[in-house]
Design a protein around this ligand. Structure first.
Ligand code: PHB
Length: 407
């Protein structure tokens, strides 16, 4: 029943886009030239390093598969979205209307993603999200042509609360940047922490990408919770970790977070990061041949260590190759393309995963601790895995809403 509804929902979105005349050109024209791939990522600001890692990952996956999409060469287009939500629609439109991309890969920041989401829904362009976890993308505004290869914002923190209570930390302060990524990460944390018997002493926040943490750290010291949990990422996360230690809190109040806190930032954070426990759908130390091979190859190619963003970019490339191969490079064959993307099994360095019905990864979440400058998987209840998650606790009323609305 649900499957049938999903098919109906896909058709509904396609009809809408077709009637505006904005769908990509006919398959004959589309197949003749190169596939036009647009990258809309942050290349400046606090998330700049994340954008580069994603782009590296995309290239690596496609190059490993012969550098073609369904037998066709690729023409690349790039826009720096600056993690600036106000320019989201304009930047996505540049790629879709001006550059006429067949697929838009982007982005990192949840607020900017909302702009892409609008353009994707209005035009029907295929959008692969390699990071931004905003819930609306795979809930209220989910649509046939948008697929996420990363996570939903609550997914990592839905595994965090119990791990903290299991370690005896029952009174916590939450701190984050106040925008969708932080607020939705808090939703997951609140749900899991309170369900496990923890209580949240205070919720603290500051605007993105502000890094003036001092006043809030002073407040935390005065509140004396058992632990602090947070969402920060990129350059701002490294500064938060350093400031937390410099404020004298490191050895007094345990610091936890969704794993973005320590992703790609361990060199910049230095010894202040040691011991931080986080939950994430990836860990550097995953002891699998797949992960080891990926890490070796990435380090050789880019002369830097991969992180979760590189993995998400890599998986985006793998997904695109699978979809394009299924339609022999004709990305205008939308129903067949979406069917292939929905059925794809991604053999990722994080472990194999596939799409939920709302186009979000169903995946394992790992409990990790920073040890000697690495995110190491630690045991949780006899397993390295904290939980397998589709990004929502059951029942999931928004999923029903998603299908019902679209049909
Ligand atoms: C987001 O804005 O959705 C976001 C950004 C950076 C992350 C995770 C989520 O590391």
């Amino acid at each position: 029943m649900t499957t049938r509804r999903l098919v109906i929902s896909c058709s509904a979105v396609l009809v809408g886009a077709a009637s505006t005349g904005l769908l990509r050109p006919s398959s004959a024209r589309a197949q003749s030239g190169r596939v036009r791939v647009g990258l809309m990522l942050p290349y400046t600001g606090t998330y700049a390093q994340l954008g580069v890692a994603i782009e590296n990952g995309v290239h690596m996956a496609i190059d490993q598969q012969g550098g073609l999409l369904g037998g066709r060469a690729i023409e690349w287009f790039k826009v720096d979205d600056e993690s600036e939500p106000g320019k989201g629609v304009e930047n996505a439109s540049k790629l879709v209307q001006r550059d006429k991309v067949d697929v838009l890969i982007g982005t990192v920041h949840s607020g900017v993603q909302m702009g892409i989401q609008k353009v994707a829904r209005d035009t029907g362009v295929l959008n692969l999200i390699p990071n931004a976890g905003v819930h609306a993308a795979t809930r209220a505004l989910c649509c046939a042509n948008v697929f996420r290869t990363s996570f939903s914002n609550a997914q990592p923190t839905l595994a965090l609360g119990k791990a903290m209570v299991d370690r005896g930390h029952r009174r916590a302060v939450w701190i984050t940047w106040k925008y969708a990524a932080g607020d939705e990460a808090f939703e997951g944390f609140k749900q899991s922490y309170t369900a496990a018997g923890g209580s949240i002493v205070k919720e603290l926040g500051l605007p993105f990408p502000n890094v003036e943490f001092q006043a809030l750290l002073t407040e935390i010291a005065a509140l004396k919770p058992d632990a602090v949990a947070c969402f920060f990422a990129g350059g701002g996360a490294a500064k938060f970790i350093r400031d937390y230690a410099a404020a004298g809190l490191k050895n007094k109040i345990a610091l936890y977070g969704s794993g973005f806190l320590t992703e790609g930032m361990l060199d910049a954070a230095g010894p202040a990061a040691e011991g931080i426990i986080t939950t994430m759908h990836y860990s550097d130390s995953l002891d699998t041949p797949r992960n080891k091979q990926f890490r070796l190859e990435y380090a050789k190619t880019f002369r830097s260590q991969p992180d979760v963003y590189a993995v998400q970019g890599y998986d985006t490339g793998l997904l695109l190759v699978q979809g394009a191969n299924a339609v022999k490079g004709d990305l205008s064959a939308k129903p067949a393309l979406y069917k292939a993307l929905e059925a794809a099994v991604i053999d990722s360095p994080r472990g194999k995963w596939r799409m939920s019905r709302a186009h979000n990864p169903v995946q394992d979440i790992y409990l990790r601790r920073v040890e000697n400058g690495e995110n190491k998987v630690i045991r949780a209840g006899g397993h390295g895995r904290a939980t397998r998650s589709a990004g929502h606790a059951r029942p999931a009323p928004w999923l029903r809403h998603c299908f019902a609305r679209a049909s």
